[in-house]
Design a protein around this ligand. Structure first.
Ligand SMILES: [Zn+2]
Ligand SMILES: [Zn+2]
Length: 229
């Protein structure tokens, strides 16, 4: 075995560790127990055989009469994995509009590659969501604590902004090419910084010398990051 192969293998193993922890967490959440049989069915007998004893040795799991339990250490290790997975689901679902079965696969790969800083940025971008698109709880991170939240930039649709808020367009989520063309023809493109001039009787934004009235319907598809509120 070459060094590179060895490295790839150990990386694979740690992914499987993560997947097993994640599986155990989800089963526990559904008030079900995990036994050897269910792990074999999910990951294959051979794979489970390789990783299980190592995980027991690392005190992530205990096994009694074929029933597997997540230890406190295991739970601690699983928490950020679940958090990354569910935040990735939210990102793929809400912002990128990726369909259900595609995002499930995407989220599973994604969770292995994003570090804590990126996870926090995604959480902030999405406004610290508490549930995934399937309604399951997202374990909160440090960024979600109340005192820190206030200081952080917020991301959301333009239609939710109040008068006086300064923001920057990050994403146009309209699926129609016609609306996209129209928006870009009037200068509403990602990167544009503007101020909400007023909200009533209609939403008007201002950038440079331009004042622009926007339909609430359209404003819902324009995602912005708040600069100052
Ligand atoms: Zn989910
Ligand atoms: Zn957060």
């Amino acid at each position: 075995m070459t060094i590179i192969e060895k490295k790839e293998n150990s990386m694979q193993d740690s992914f499987i560790d993560d997947e097993v922890l994640e599986f155990m967490w989800v089963t526990g959440e559904e008030q079900e127990t995990t036994n050897l049989e269910s792990l074999y069915n999910k990951f294959g007998k051979e794979t489970v055989g390789v990783v299980l004893s190592a995980m027991v040795e690392k005190k992530l799991l205990t096994i009694h009469d074929s029933i597997i339990h997540l230890t406190e250490t295991g739970r601690k290790k699983a928490t950020p994995i679940i958090r990354r997975h569910r935040l990735a689901e939210r990102l793929l679902n809400d912002v990128l509009g990726v369909s259900d079965e595609v995002f499930e696969r995407g989220a599973c790969q994604f969770e292995h590659f994003i570090n804590e800083d990126i996870t926090a940025s995604i959480c902030m971008l999405l406004g610290h969501p508490t549930v995934c698109p399937h309604g399951k709880n997202i374990p909160p991170g440090e960024c979600c604590s109340h005192t820190k939240r206030k200081l952080q930039p917020v991301f959301g649709p333009l239609s939710r902004l109040r008068t006086g808020i300064k923001a920057k367009i990050v994403y146009l989520s309209t699926g129609s090419q016609e609306s996209l063309d129209w928006l870009s023809s009037i200068g509403v493109v990602p990167g544009l910084e503007f101020t909400v001039h007023h909200r009533k009787p209609s939403l008007v934004i201002r950038f440079g010398e331009t004042q622009l009235a926007l339909d609430d319907e359209i404003a819902r598809y324009i995602y912005v990051r708040i600069i100052t509120s």
